[in-house]
Write a protein that binds this ligand. Sequence first.
Ligand code: FAD
Length: 405
Amino acid sequence: ATRIVIIGGGQAGAQALQSLRQGGYAGALTLVGDEAALPYQRPPLSKAYMKGEFTEERLYFRPESWYQDQNIDVILSTRATAIDRANCKVTLAHGGQLDYDALIIATGSRPRTLPAKGADLKGVHDLRDLSDVERIRPNMISGNRMVIVGAGYIGLEAAAVARQMGLDVTVLEMAPRVLARVTSPVMSEFFEHEHRAQGVHILTGARLDHLDGADGQLAAAVLADGTRIEADIALVGIGILPNEELAKDAGIACNNGILVDRDARTSDPRIFAAGDCASRPLVHYGRSGRLESVHNAIEQGKLAAAAILGKPRPTEDCPWFWSDQYDLKLQIAGLSQDYDELVVRGDPADRKFAVFYLRAGTLIAVDAINSPAEFVASKKLIMSGAKLAPDALSDTSTPMKDIAA
Ligand code: FAD
């Protein structure tokens, strides 16, 4: 390839840029991104950056000078609106076009919008972009009342930050427990307990009816049972949708994500997709799926770059993720969805424990709280696919590294 275009300047797009140049690609390289900011990391947006303990400068992967030094053409505040596959052109919002020999779609995902009246009131926010946090932060004032709709990782991280900043925080979750979509009842119970101990009001099985406003400004969240929760600010964290429309409209195969092979290649051999927008083979699980994580975006950015440059495919790691809430560091390896056996190592009351998920005697995932050794060893065990005795895992007198050896 002599002209490579990347659409989307997030985690995956930034990684692909770096891997292409590091891999020796010297041809034309263009990044098109619809945000105003240079590529930055999102995890701190619901953690240290939201709390004001992390400077904006540290969010950026690279300073502006890096893009100049690497001879990368960066086009910001501009949306790619169409892909003309027959003529290998990308159309931009203002009508301009870019030619490509290889194209990487790294458009990420967008927050699901709240299907309720009042979702457009002033004071109601998503939490996805730097610009969202700029709008949220002036309201992070001690004594303000915050309602968080959705108890996923982002919602709970924001709850922890807001609580530490002295806000009165209520979390509304429709499911019977927090984190229901992503983890086991043991972990849900642990996090509910922690947040309640910190003074967060957690309402599970809570069906939001609408958000109530006065003069266009949020005033309260009203539940289906009539409960009214006064609020100055609301954060909506009810999941994300892949930005796959650009690919779909161009006739590229999609199914809850742009379908890619192990090299991050789409149904069009010149076009790759990476990150939240892609549905990929999950080689350790014998199925495909979409992942929403930094590790996945980085790995797929590398896979796409390697494939374009004709280099050997980098090793696919087992998926991993993390979440920080208060002084708790949760590290997750693997995908737990299909487990048939659960083993707890350590005591949740010590705030240092791990939950292992097995399927047919094989470790498929771990949730490790303040337990880095359990996390690291589990990554290896998941990738090796070895059979494990549940008793060995729960026996804290046997070091994890011996179990993984
Ligand atoms: P993104 O980083 O979303 O980048 C996509 C970019 O493409 C965006 O800038 C978007 O505006 C742009 N774009 C979209 N469409 C177009 C278009 N048509 N034209 C031009 N540009 C376009 N993951 C973890 O592993 N650990 C964490 O602790 C964690 N915390 C998180 C906290 C928050 C608040 C959020 C929002 C996410 C968090 N994640 C975390 C998830 C992680 O940040 C994402 O999985 C990752 O950013 C995905 O990278 P991406 O490049 O696919 O998408």
